[in-house]
Design a protein around this ligand. Sequence first.
Ligand code: BES
Ligand code: ZN
Length: 406
Amino acid sequence: MPQKKLFAALSLLSLLSIPAFAIPVTVNEHVIIAPQCLIKNSHGDYTLLASQPGFALITVNSSGIEQLIEAKHQAEHGNPCGGFVDVTHAWQSTHFTAKNASQFLQNYLQPAKSLMQNKASYSIRYPQQVKQIFDTLNPQAMWNNLTTLTNFNDRYANSDNGVRAANWLQTQVATMAKDFHRDDVTVYTVATGSYYKQPSVVVKFGNSSEPGVVIGGHMDTLSSTFSKKPGADDDGSGTVTVLETARAILSSNMHFKRPIYFIWYAAEEEGLVGSGHVVTDFKKKNIPVHAVMQLDMTGYAYKNQPDIWLIKDYVNKDLTGYLEQLINTYVKQPVKYTQCGYACSDHASWTQGGFVSAMPSESAFENSNHSIHTSQDTMEKLSLTHMTDYVKLAVAFAIELAEPVV
Ligand code: BES
Ligand code: ZN
């Protein structure tokens, strides 16, 4: 039976109008927003801070995180129940207290009011440049990179392997920049709070201070304590899709009006933690962002169908419509729409932060790769052709939105 510690003292305190106090969140504690169904099925301890129909704000320790992940995994085979988001950082940086925890939850669940969503006019203007890059794409390089990534036992955000994977990505890009004599490439990392040791890796290409074009995916997997986690599709596929997009663009002779950011997020599987910190870092540094694309699972083509799917929830509608236009123009595959039904990947961190983001996906959500999060998420289930179509989409996105300059 799960032991549930209710914060009864809180209501008592508010009745007595004793001043609010901050919930002490120690290094080992995480503040989480989770669907009620997930909490109900989780066997871990938690402390309830606030609840709303469907969702609750709770604190758990690290074993509680593992329990939530396990509950989610069980739900995947029965009644699907959405994922959870780790909001420790947001909670701490906004200095909310137990007394106004429900306000925090309400703010978070409100559809993100976008500050920068003044309707951009999207158009197709650089077909010649996009096609020039298409001619240089190297699917074999992508496959080799995926082999390297899946050969780590895991890329768990709190394991040495997770850190090694981040270092490997950093070295790949630094080497490319050097090989292609690019002196306007900056590679840096963003720490994933105090609990996770894997940092996110950010590559900035170009020196202009115009709003940036962001293309990213998460590099982490779950932990390999019980079984290996090759994470070929989730999200090795997105990781190498971003890497090949970066390689192709850096190897060209093009420069752009806007900077392009290539990002590999840490700790997505632990509740969008790395991307949460990256978005906070962009905000802290006042870095403007024009548009964001998330690539999470690009390798599995259900029944070998070539369709490109677009996620409809936690994204910007206009930007998603623009992806459809880019696919019709450049990738020339059927476009279909699907939804996760919850904040299923890092695009949601950007949307939550008020940025314009979109996410293409390998298949309809219900027909996506069912081997993810297991030792069976391996390369032979994936289609290199399908993955290459997502590289084309990302290249077209980068070039049309960053705009080449002569
Ligand atoms: N790659 C998945 C999300 C996904 C699944 C996208 C199927 C498209 C199709 C992602 O890594 C993941 O596992 N997300 C979690 C939620 C996260 C906030 C912990 C999930 O889906 O449960
Ligand atoms: Zn996953």
